[in-house]
Design a protein around this ligand. Structure first.
Ligand code: ARG
Ligand code: ZN
Length: 848
């Protein structure tokens, strides 16, 4: 074996495990963990293998009797007890191990963050806590006793006893070990309650470090809204007496759905108007929803193995997107989600890391918590909803919960539920789960004797390990608009199943303008030759808000691409946008989205997709020039809109207010190209909320006029880690590209660059890589700096180092010089002795 795990090698665990009793005696350098496992063989003769890493074995006993060294084998990865030493029937295995949470910098398993004990066990962290069958298909009931000095001692399930220096918890719901959690520390709670639809009362607590409790109200409200929404939208009720949520400052990911004890990166919990932006508020609500919704889609029904990750993640992202859509503006949320999908998932699909939502092999599963598994996984669920309709979808979901509650499932189980509920054969649809790559859809149209015909062709390029791409089932939502702007055919979902397929619309008086892929009904790239005039028409007239925005977006993209080779800005585009800025009938958030130009990364991706070489400097210049052209043409309207959107009164995070702030900042970004940053400077000085303060700061930085404001901001916020993360990111992402790499090097020397903290590391490195032309500086300075830091972080925190290496996944887009420089950096990383499995898998895939 080369250390690769294959889906096809799945075998059920040869033992059943009914209950687990754990005792923790906490100490930073020597925590003792005893585990009592109630096991029973499924069949005779199998050895008992328990996973375990970095554990010091203190004792090992079977049914109360110590095992002799000859009875078992202890390796770097676990403990195997010989079949001869095992009884034929049920037995109890008791182990005691010692671990050192303080030395755990990888932040996986039991570790310490600012004096507080916490855990992260998904995917395979529990094996760093005790010897255990650390696989999601082994589900057991956990009883946990914690002994420690900390005043707050938390674990999963319900509290069943506590005294000075100890607490006991019992989780009545069988669960896999990855959902285990423990927290101990000096914490304070903001508390509330929720009464479920059947009248059960649950106590809710948001736990934070003392001093942070003034930023917890929003999180508590978000838990309550999530609980209510899951009852209304999916009929799902909460199932424990208490729901605890803890904010932790050192965390590799966003958050974790441990049963009854969700653990969060503090950036996704703490919010006040002065410290959090509108986007932070929206994300906090969305991620709190996400983790809460996992209680059913993840915890009650989990995954059989880690290849099935998108079974819980894709579905739960779909659920949190629907939640946010209901809490805020649905049309705007959909556009934001598609922007994010294209920026991350389409980018992943177009490069060497492309993989299906359900991969079939991996070396390190942590490398597969990707946009493809999460966001594309959500799109696939959304297509099921489109195909079945809202009622059919709900009926299938009801069946899923009824049939699979308490089980560890597969994508096959999931598809079967949808087949049984709808009576349809979804065999072809399943390709969305097993095949990588983004289908490209081309379309031609004919109009003859009142019949309008759309002919589609689908094509997916080969991806690593998958040369052949058979056609998929693609739901294409289409509406037709008459020449006068009226909708003549309302939205219809065409089901494309062939490589090439035509759909006819009869009885039309005149040739219509088609609105294709409404609501982004499938995660595909639609390639359609249209005139700017037609796109401008759709931007003005489409009744589907997504496609209305999309028309403006593709106009902007095409204009920008033409400008990279010297064309002037397209006048049709400039005028179409002008019409919208002041259109009071359109929502401000929507108008802001139309005003915001595609990112440089998106433009680079589009250029590469058309087979050309992306030039980062030309792209940057084109985008700047288009902003200037828009501003010059619409200065008065922009200035009037900027003024009109000012909100008197106290900050409220509500979507309506956030939309106005967003439009205001979008106007400001354009106006800044004319007023030399005067308005931004004034806003920075007067802002009373972080949205406007940070927005203004970023615009000043982009103008090359940020130094004074950066110093003021730093002086004001140096004690607040989450705000300082923004300070690092904003100046790197938005500064003039030529200075980005040097600025990054300077910031890495700042005493506030506490690089072992994942948020801070991501703030700096992510800021640099977000500066497209800066990261891709032709002399390779950006690449070199970035690679140096990945090499430095890897031995400390391989998971985060590996994740950040995806900055290099777009190598193939650029010229030979840049490609060679990226390759050289990847080879340099790959050659590091003792490189982690995480990062070595990533570099191998990136090198192709
Ligand atoms: N299940 C968590 C979530 O999506 C993410 C955990 C990721 N952990 C990891 N080691 N990759 O909410
Ligand atoms: Zn999740």
């Amino acid at each position: 074996m080369d250390g690769t795990t294959y889906l096809s090698d799945y075998r059920p665990y040869p033992f059943t495990l009914s209950t687990v009793s754990l005792t923790f005696r906490l100490a930073p350098r020597a925590t003792r963990v005893t585990a009592r496992l109630a096991l029973a063989p499924r069949a005779a003769g199998a050895p008992l293998h328990l996973d375990g890493e970095e554990l010091k074995l203190i004792s090992l006993a079977l049914d109360g009797a110590a095992l002799a060294p000859a009875d078992y084998l202890l390796t770097e990865t676990g403990l195997t007890i010989h079949p001869a030493a095992l009884p034929e029937g049920p037995f109890t295995l008791e182990t005691e191990v010692e671990i050192a949470p303080e030395a755990n910098t990888a932040l996986e398993g039991l570790y310490m963050s600012k004096g507080m004990y916490c855990t992260q066990c998904e995917a395979e962290g529990f094996r760093k806590i005790t010897f255990y069958p650390d696989r999601p298909d082994v589900m057991a009931r956990f009883h946990v006793r914690i002994e420690g000095e900390a005043p707050v001692l938390l674990s999963n399930g319900n509290p069943v006893g506590a005294g000075k220096g100890w607490a006991e918890w019992d989780d009545p719901w069988p669960k896999p070990a990855y959902l285990f959690a423990l927290v101990a520390g000096e914490l304070v709670a903001t508390s509330g309650t929720f009464t479920t639809m059947s009248g059960r009362k649950a106590d809710l607590n948001v736990w934070v470090r003392p001093g942070d409790e003034d930023r917890t109200d929003y999180a508590l409200g978000a838990i309550q809204r999530s609980m209510k929404w899951d009852e209304e939208a999916f009929g799902r009720e909460y199932d424990l007496d208490v729901f605890n949520l803890v904010a932790v400052d050192d965390f590799n990911m966003g958050a974790m759905e441990n049963k009854g004890l969700n653990i969060f990166n503090s950036k996704l919990v703490l919010a006040s108007p002065e410290t959090a932006t509108d986007l932070d508020y929206e994300r906090i609500e969305g991620v709190i929803g996400h983790e809460y919704f996992h209680n059913w889609t993840g915890d009650r029904i989990t995954c059989r193995d880690w290849f099935q990750l998108c079974l819980k993640e894709g579905l739960t992202v779909f659920r949190d997107q629907s939640f946010t859509s209901d809490m805020r503006l649905g049309a705007v949320k959909r556009i934001e989600d598609v922007i994010a999908l294209r920026a991350r998932q389409f980018r992943e699909d177009a490069g060497p890391l492309a993989h299906p939502p359900r991969p079939d092999h991996y070396r390190e599963i942590n490398n597969f918590y990707t946009s493809t598994v999460y966001e594309k996984g959500a799109e696939v669920v959304r297509m099921l909803q489109t195909l079945l309709g809202p009622d059919g979808f709900r009926a299938a979901m009801d069946l899923y919960f009824e049939r699979h509650d308490g089980q560890a499932c597969t994508i096959e189980d999931w598809i079967k539920v949808f087949e049984d509920a709808s009576g349809r054969d979804l065999g072809q649809f399943k390709r969305w789960y097993t095949d990588a790559g983004t289908p490209h859809l081309t379309v031609t149209e004919t109009f003859e004797n009142g019949t309008y015909t759309l002919e589609f062709t689908q094509d997916t390029k080969p991806t690593p390990g998958q040369a052949e791409k058979p056609p998929r089932l693609i739901p294409i939502a289409v509406g037709l608009i008459g020449p006068n702007g009226d909708e003549v055919v309302p939205t219809r979902v065409l089901e494309m199943t062939e490589a090439r397929q035509s759909f006819a619309f009869e009885g039309l008086g005149a040739k219509p303008v088609p609105s294709i892929l409404r609501g982004f009904s499938a995660p595909v790239v639609l390639e359609r030759q249209t005139s700017p005039a037609e796109q401008a028409f759709l931007l003005a007239n489409d009744t589907d808000p997504f496609n209305r925005w999309e028309a403006g977006r593709s106009l902007a993209r095409e204009t920008l691409i033409a400008m990279t080779t010297g064309a002037a800005p397209d006048v049709e585009y400039l005028d179409a946008v002008g019409g919208l800025i002041a259109d009071e009938s359109a929502d401000p958030a929507f108008r802001a989205l139309v005003l915001r130009l595609p990112t440089e990364d998106e433009i680079a991706q589009a250029i590469a997709a058309s087979g050309k070489v992306a030039d980062p400097d030309a792209i940057h210049a084109a985008r700047e020039a288009l902003m200037q052209a828009l501003a010059a043409r619409h200065e008065a309207t922009l200035a009037a809109t900027f003024d009109a959107c000012a909100l008197p009164g106290a900050y409220r995070p509500e979507a309506a207010d956030a939309g106005r702030r967003s439009l205001r900042l979008a106007c400001l970004a354009l106006l800044g190209t004319l007023d030399g940053g005067a308005r931004a400077a004034a806003l920075f000085d007067s802002a009373t909320n972080m949205t406007e303060s940070l927005g203004a700061l970023g615009l000043l930085v982009a103008q090359g006029k940020g130094e004074a404001a950066l110093a003021t901001f730093r002086a004001r916020w140096q004690e607040n880690a989450l705000v300082m993360d923004k300070w690092f990111t904003t100046q790197l992402a938005l500064c003039p590209p030529a200075e980005a790499a040097d600025r990054a090097a300077r910031l890495a020397e700042d005493p506030l660059f506490t690089w072992k903290n994942p948020n801070r590391f991501r703030a700096l490195m992510g800021g640099l890589s977000a500066n497209h032309a800066g990261f891709h500086r032709a002399d390779g300075a950006g690449y070199r700096f970035y690679a140096d830091w990945l090499i430095r972080l890897d031995p400390v925190n391989p998971q985060t180092a590996a994740r950040m290496s995806t900055a290099f996944e777009t190598r193939a887009r650029y010229d030979a010089g840049r490609q060679a420089k990226i390759r050289a950096e990847l080879e340099r990383i790959a050659a590091v002795e003792g490189l982690s499995r995480d990062l070595s898998e990533m570099t191998a895939r990136l090198l192709g």
